[in-house]
Design a protein around this ligand. Structure first.
Ligand code: GLN
Length: 533
């Protein structure tokens, strides 16, 4: 078993997750079995209660774990199967250690960061390694070297490295090499300092992934090598990707990253064959067609809030040889100024998930626009609830229809709290989460799109369609096309008299991969393409 630890230097947002995932891609293409893991230094037990402004999207795994969005990269870039073991936070570590302390496991002892917290961290790394049955475990440490919260993780890695011995463990440091315009040159000092910080803690990085806006020349490489104590070969240039993040593994391969890593870890493997990956990237970069679709949300100014949705659109687009011109529409703008101004001319409307009532009326307006203009509509989670409210109000004449999440006293609670959620007051990991089966109605559009009647998709919600309204809505052409196997929960809906109007209570965006685009996104884009024509 080999271990790779990925640390970050200088600043955050350098794409550590992407670098870790890309290395995973390269190793898998060399026939190495990999698992990836994220170690998050913050004290929240999981990111489930954090606002997207703080943390970007919450990525949900099949087992219901609410995790960091980097796990989305891991799943999309590799075949590794992730569970809650693949994302640990300081909050979880402390929770476990304190529980043991209360139980009396440490009777007589003072409980300390070293060794108790660091032991728990190492224990979790080892348990994942044992469970995953892979050749290499890549563990990414969140945050930046020098953060107070990150220290116990780095200390744990220092000890771990000693325990597993050389050639079994490698540290890859992702760092920034800024270009200073006024001086007209790349500066290596920030990297020198962040590596010095690591060495203070007892960690010598083996590989530097240098994020840079312009190519590293020989002199800069030499300098980084000398001051940071790594061979020149281990100075890896990582420029900004030109078109798509899926170029990253190819670029790192060109820099010799995987060759070097395999050599350092004594992994005897053939060269990777990236031809399929390259083909996919090529299709993303130069598609034959283009289509304009809108995403109507309340976090559209945040790149990371709907990450998996944007990625899913990219995957589906590539499979249709179609590039996507995204129109990011702020739900609150639609609320104020109407849908027409923002959505006229788009070939598809997507309403993503969300919580809280801000922007809800704007999303309802978007759903109305898509229904009445016969524009393809894809509603995800909240997007299905929105479609339900819109139809109830404007087709069934149920004035004031709403979800009790937004209006607890609505006369028509067409969306209401899940029975299992009544009385749940805790907010952490308490939603209906993870993979659940759905049975699709025969001859529905959903059935046609999936090509099967039994599906399993990931969930994250507290509210659901209110079955008391089933009959009156069905009469008007609202189709409940997917139900939970017991028939109690509505998982998918569609409109009878619309060319393509589908919405689901689950999150299909967590199951799409470059090489296996999700049928709902593919169906949506295909419909958008024909709508456009
Ligand atoms: N807020 C809604 C619910 O809890 C939708 C959740 C979501 O979109 N993820 O049911």
């Amino acid at each position: 078993m080999k271990y790779i630890f990925v640390t970050g230097g200088v600043i955050s947002s350098l794409g550590k997750g992407l670098a870790a995932a890309s290395l995973g891609t390269l190793l898998e293409h060399r026939g190495v079995r990999v698992a990836l893991q994220k170690l998050d230094p913050y004290l929240n037990v999981d990111p489930g209660t954090m606002n997207p402004f703080q943390h970007g999207e919450v990525y949900v795994l099949s087992d219901g774990a609410e995790t960091d969005l980097d796990l989305g990269h891991y799943e999309r870039f590799t075949n590794c199967v992730l569970t809650r073991q693949n994302n640990m936070t300081s909050g979880q570590i402390y929770e476990t250690v304190l529980m043991k302390e209360r139980r009396g496991d440490y009777l007589g002892k003072t409980v300390q960061v070293i060794p108790h917290i660091t032991d728990e961290i190492k224990h979790r790394i080892r348990s994942l390694a044992a469970a995953a049955q892979v050749d290499v475990l890549i563990s990414e440490i969140g945050g930046t070297t020098g953060d107070i919260e990150g220290l116990p993780f780095l200390e744990a890695i220092r000890q771990f490295q000693l325990e597993v011995g050389p050639r079994n463990c490698l540290i890859m440091h992702v760092t920034l090499v800024p270009f200073i315009k006024a001086a007209g040159e790349l500066k290596t000092k920030p990297t020198q300092q962040s590596v010095a910080k690591l060495r203070e803690i007892g960690l010598q990085p083996h590989v530097l992934i240098c994020r840079t806006e312009i190519p590293l020349d020989e002199e800069v490489r030499q300098k980084l090598s000398l001051y940071c104590n790594v061979p020149v070969r281990a100075v890896i240039e990582a420029g900004d990707v030109e078109h798509t993040i899926y170029e990253a593994p190819i670029n790192l391969r060109d820099e010799g990253l995987d060759d070097y890593v395999c050599e350092m870890l004594d992994l005897k493997t053939p060269e990777p064959d990236l031809s399929e990956w390259r083909k996919f990237v090529q299709r993303v970069i130069s598609p034959k067609k283009r289509v304009r679709v809108a995403v109507v949300g309340k976090y559209i100014e945040l790149q990371d809030a709907y990450k998996s949705i944007y990625e899913s659109l990219t995957h589906a687009g590539a499979s249709l040889d179609c590039g996507i011109d995204l129109v990011l529409a702020d739900a609150e703008d639609l609320e104020k100024e109407g849908a027409d101004k923002y959505l006229r001319g788009v070939a598809g409307v997507l309403v993503p998930g969300g919580f809280g009532d801000r922007g809800v009326e704007g999303k309802i307006e978007a759903a109305r626009y898509a229904r009445t203009s016969r524009t393809p509509y894809l509603g995800l989670c909240l997007g299905m609830q929105i479609a339900t409210i819109e139809f109830a109000r404007n087709v069934c004449g149920l004035a004031g229809a709403n979800s009790t999440e937004f209006d607890p006293t609505t006369p028509h609670p067409v969306i209401h709290i899940l029975e299992e959620q009544v009385g749940v007051t805790e907010k952490g990991a308490s939603m209906r989460l993870g993979a659940w089966p759905t049975v699709l109605g025969k001859n529905t559009m959903a059935h046609q799109v999936y090509g099967q009647t039994e599906i399993v998709e990931r969930h994250r919600h507290r509210y659901e369609f209110n079955m008391n309204y089933r009959e009156q809505m069905e009469k008007k052409g609202f189709v409940l096309s997917g139900l939970s196997p017991d028939g109690k929960l509505v998982e998918m809906i569609e409109l009878q008299s619309h060319p393509w109007y589908l919405a689901c209570q689950f999150h299909p965006e967590f199951l799409s991969k470059p090489r296996s685009p999700h049928p709902l996104f593919r169906g949506f884009l295909a419909a958008a393409l024909s709508h456009q024509d």
